[in-house]
Ligand binder design. Sequence first.
Ligand SMILES: [Zn+2]
Length: 187
Amino acid sequence: MLSQGFMKQAIFLERDGILNLVPAGRPLRWTPPTLAEFRVNEEAAPLLERLRAVGFRLIATTNQPGLSDGRVARREVDRMHELLRARLPLDDILVCPHGEGEGCPCQKPRPGLFTEAAFKWQLNLERCFVVSDKWQDAAAARMAGCTSLLIRSPAMSVVHYDIALPNLEVIVERILKMHAFGQVLAA
Ligand SMILES: [Zn+2]
């Protein structure tokens, strides 16, 4: 197993819709094209602090196919992530910059960002959690052996996920409870 020997636990957090706010009425996979349209979810900060306090690494992940075709500038993404790191207690932000048709290993629903993080941060993926509002993260979590927790949303689709809850606060409560009892759900 890939993660054998690695012991640390992380929470993988989808960026758009979890760490930054997606305005109502935007399409399902909307991503802010510029820093001016990037709104940090400030309410996430105290919740993430609670996860960090019990020892989890906090790692943001994001598909940014706009980087490959010029819809989003690298400089804008770098500035968004500088702001995100300043406002939220994140250990890392991992980006898939590839286009939809490129067949890279890191675009979610493929699990490449999670396996990359596992090597970098010495994570046991079977003891990691994935938090998102999108089916792509749940599918990647399943392939990587992580437990997935989704915020109920229209982007959940019908793929397998482990737990669905109404908001980030109750997701964090659930993770803390599972952590306290040494539980993971991934099969
Ligand atoms: Zn990629």
